[in-house]
Design a protein around this ligand. Structure first.
Ligand code: CA
Length: 239
């Protein structure tokens, strides 16, 4: 079945270009010019990815993304027009998966879309049965607070399922597989990003900050991620 891509963009010419480029790559586009009906649509129709313009006539794309995130983990790729928007997207406080700056080449956009789909489909695929839903060999399975469920792309922490963006999920997955090992930002980026050279260093910091915040919400007294100044990040060994 062809992946369904929802385009939320108020400029018909841009939407049409995207639609054409997606169809060329055998992706199934659905276009909405406003954000108003998006939640309704998502409740009814399975969508594999959302291309979301930030400057919509009825709702700000950031707000819409935040609302979507409360109910759905559908990947979101932002279309952004201005520099100050990029700062916020790069901070990824709203849980977007990627962004493209206008004006963009439709081919590049579709390449990004396909990269995200590959990532999400890969993380949905099953892991070998011999591999348990994660207990690192070194740790005591009774006390280790994380459970990785790769089949459903989710991580449970102290019994609570974390609401993670794609990148947060990938970074935390890397850390909890090797407690105690320090990963540099470069290394984390290489492992978590499809095209590391297109991302910025500080996005790793932003994701770590978000992760810490989410982990603290579950267990306020614990801070399982350690910062190693000038070196990178690790998961505490003695959890
Ligand atoms: Ca617009």
């Amino acid at each position: 079945m062809q992946p369904t891509i929802l385009i939320v963009e108020d400029e018909p010419a841009i939407a049409e270009n995207i639609r054409y480029a997606l169809e060329t790559e055998r992706l199934q586009p659905v276009w909405h010019a406003t954000g108003g009906q998006v939640l309704e649509l998502l409740a009814q129709t399975p969508v594999d990815l959302i291309i979301l313009d930030i400057g919509l006539p009825d709702i700000n794309g950031f707000d819409l993304c935040r609302t979507i995130r409360q109910h759905h983990s559908t990947p979101v790729l932002f279309l952004t027009a201005r520099d100050h928007e990029i700062d916020r997207v790069v901070g990824l406080e709203i849980g977007a998966d990627d962004y493209v700056v206008k004006p963009f080449s439709p081919r590049e956009l579709v390449a990004r879309v396909k990269a995200i789909l590959r990532r999400t489909q890969a993380s949905r695929s099953t892991y070998p049965l011999s591999q348990s839903p994660l207990q690192p060999p070194s740790s005591d399975p009774q006390s280790f607070p994380f459970v990785l469920d790769e089949e459903r792309s989710r991580i449970v922490y102290h019994g609570t399922t974390l609401e993670l963006s794609r990148y947060e999920y990938r970074i935390l997955k890397i850390l909890i597989r090797r407690p105690g090992q320090i990963f540099s930002r470069d290394h984390l980026m290489e492992m978590a990003w499809e095209e590391p050279e297109t991302s910025l260093d500080r996005t790793v910091d932003a994701h770590i900050k978000n992760l810490r915040h989410k982990l603290k919400n579950v267990m306020p007294q614990d801070d399982p991620i350690q910062t190693h100044r000038g070196m990178g990040y690790s998961l505490k060994e003695d959890l």
